[in-house]
Write a protein that binds this ligand. Structure first.
Ligand SMILES: N[C@@H](CCC(=O)N[C@@H](CS)C(=O)NCC(=O)O)C(=O)O
Length: 181
């Protein structure tokens, strides 16, 4: 979603091909044998197959909403947050959502571990409207969908908990950016 939202915001035209992950097309695997999406194939044959790299590629060409900020420092500040989002937070979220696959700890322990990251985001969002300041940036786009998906759901067999911290207005901004263009 983050790669797609950066491509949308940048206004770069692409041909979108949806794939079924359990039946990956040979053309996709030929372009990127690691077998994860997104995969961006450029007209000259160059392949970019990490969502963060696709974001940077798109926004470095056209960044009308200034997601990249004034200089490289903005990107450097975003990176630790995005990395934590993609590694320990996603792992804790997944384990919280599917506790039957991870019986080594109680579901509440996965939840508490994940909440530490949400609390970090919330603390920053109490200071500034977005993670790196006054404007939606390259840090917000990757982190807000994961935070939104951390809202507990009984669909996954999880008991209903009070909503974990995370500014709903901030999550809504991401959805506005992405869905209403
Ligand atoms: N670090 C990669 C992670 C990509 C990733 O894991 N994508 C998932 C879908 S969200 C995937 O393609 N999984 C492969 C599969 O389910 O077979 C990125 O951000 O581009």
């Amino acid at each position: 979603m983050r790669a797609r939202s950066a491509l949308i915001v940048s206004g770069i035209e692409i041909e979108l091909r949806e794939v079924v992950l359990r039946d990956k097309p040979a053309e996709m695997l030929a372009a990127s044998p690691k077998g994860t999406v997104p995969v961006l194939v450029l007209p000259d044959g160059q392949v970019i197959d990490e969502s963060w790299d696709i974001m940077l590629w798109a926004l470095r060409q056209h960044d009308p909403q200034n997601w990249l900020g004034q200089d490289e420092c903005h990107i450097a500040s975003a990176l630790p947050l995005v990395t934590e989002n993609d590694t320990s937070f996603k792992q804790n979220l997944d384990r919280y959502k599917y506790p039957e696959r991870h019986p080594e700890q109680a579901q509440s322990a996965w939840r508490s571990a994940g909440e530490q990251f949400l609390q970090k985001l919330e603390t920053q969002l109490n200071v500034t409207p977005f993670l790196l300041g006054e404007h939606f940036s390259i840090a917000d786009a990757p982190c807000s969908p994961s935070s939104a998906s951390s809202q507990p759901s009984t669909a996954h067999g999880s008991p209903a908990h009070p909503t974990p911290p995370c500014a709903p207005g901030w999550i809504a901004t991401h959805h506005r950016n992405y869905f209403h263009r």
